[in-house]
Ligand binder design. Sequence first.
Ligand code: AMP
Length: 191
Amino acid sequence: MRIIFIGPPGVGKGTQSQRLLKHFGIPHVSTGDLLREAISEKTRLGRLAQRYMTRGQLVPDPIVLQIVGARLEEGDCQNGCLFDGFPRTLGQAQALDEFLADMGAPLDAVIELKVDEDEVVRRLAQRQRGDDTPEIIRRRMHSYWEQTAPLLDYYQRRNILYSIDGVGTPDEVFGRIKAALDARGHKPTSP
Ligand code: AMP
């Protein structure tokens, strides 16, 4: 099972992705986590990425793609994974298609979590992360609407997009995600 999770910052992707990982028993490929790891390990890519991340800007595609490419070569990704925060640009989406074609591994589903902007700002205000100042939040939202939202069309055309209402308790939202995937026959394989 290969799933992409898309949604603006603060939409509850973190909470829901943890549930999906457990439900399907697949590894997590979060570019935000991988980039933060590269920064804390002081790698060359980490140093390059840091200046964009601290400004709330998207890290350039070539840096992100090197990190994702390396992650996909690890053994645990052969049978599936959950992409979280990736792809964020059309260029990344096209590169992911190429990575997956190379692995002979199709994409099964793209989940879009939707909540209105006031709710997102309220949720982000409760988080405590260095890159969550109001100005940076505003920029990250802008990057989302400018660069990431167009991906929804890209996947809609392939008929693998599931748009899920993200308002409600974590259980309610997860119930909707599961129901949408179940309806298309995407169930966990029994152990
Ligand atoms: P996240 O943890 O997904 O909210 O990402 C935190 C920051 O990492 C973002 O604001 C970007 O600066 C950077 N980032 C994470 N994933 C990507 C990506 N796929 N493309 C570009 N930048 C990314």
